[in-house]
Design a binder for this molecule. Sequence first.
Ligand code: NAG
Ligand code: NAG
Ligand code: NAG
Length: 351
Amino acid sequence: MGGYVRISKVFGTLTGVMLKIWAYSGIVLFVCFVLYYFYGGIFAFILLIFAATGIIYHAEDNFLFNPDLPSHSRVFVPIPSMYNLPYESVQIKSIDGTMINMFFIHQPQERQRQSPTIVFFHGNAGNMGHRLQNCVGLYHNLHCNILLVEYRGYGLSEGTPSEEGLYMDARASIDYLYSRNDINHSEIIVFGRSLGGAVAIDLASRAEYAEKIWCLVVENTFTSIPDMAKVLLQWRLLNYLPLICYKNKFISLYKVIHLRIPTLFISGMADTLVPPRMMTELHNRCASSKKQLLKLNSGTHNETWTLPGYYHALAVFLQNCRIQVLENRRQYPLAENETLHNSIWTHAENI
Ligand SMILES: *[C@@H]1O[C@H](CO)[C@@H](O)[C@H](O)[C@H]1NC(C)=O
Ligand SMILES: *[C@@H]1O[C@H](CO)[C@@H](O)[C@H](O)[C@H]1NC(C)=O
Ligand SMILES: *[C@@H]1O[C@H](CO)[C@@H](O)[C@H](O)[C@H]1NC(C)=O
């Protein structure tokens, strides 16, 4: 009963108000007209700005993530056996459940456990299959296993790319390696080129993952996406654009100050996309006590890895990381006449 009384009361009040508005609707219409006449321009302008920033905010994704370039990249992914590399095709759930693909390229059974494992994060275009020639070089020169990671929304992986999504995929790839007991967990190398460098830096700057990683190698990567926008667009206005307007930030510059693991920065000095000064800046800011900046004179953005001396430099860096692990364990430096036994890089000078 009480409920009925309340409802009928509310209904009654509402009807009253409606009747009044109806009665005065002429005036309401007039007020509306006046508002529109004098302030319509401002409302329209605000709406326009709102819509325009919304479009730009979301269009950033299309500039940054290019999984469809070159065409068919989401349909056709070259496989490692095309390059005579033994591999397993792996599907895992990322941290949020998105299914992503990876290639685990492994050394022959008897060497697999003794070999380090490189986790490879590629750049913003194409798919992981487009990096296989580079993997051939890593595989044969450094005698490593390689986990090639396909980000969400790239190649045959599900989902759509996003900054947080790529970071999650990176963490999932390390979790996956730790779920395997046929590799050496003490020697996991994280490698990232270009956009992949930002993904690698994010991963290695997280304390809980840093302790699972042996060392970090980044190549031709940028300080942040806002910095890249300034370089590419050269609009002075961008200097005043607040960070919040960038959907994708990838601010490696703030993250390198948290790095503690050995880090190698490979900088192609002929990179016309990412200015080499950004690599220098990242190196300078990196807080690792064991860091190295390798400048390769004719290295371009995509092809620095084809230069002579590239794999040699990597081998020397990894060799030094091994020596440091031994020294830390023994608390005193290796004698000059001592060499690492069973080192897979004892002939690094020949690479
Ligand atoms: C794994 O790597 C660590 C650190 O370099 C090394 O001490 C250990 O012997 C390696 N394990 C195997 C099975 O090679
Ligand atoms: C690098 O390669 C990608 C595709 O793999 C291409 O879209 C891009 O233009 C290249 N960049 C440079 C600077 O050559
Ligand atoms: C290295 O040299 C020291 C003395 O200089 C010697 O005692 C040691 O046996 C040498 N070690 C090797 C592996 O030759």
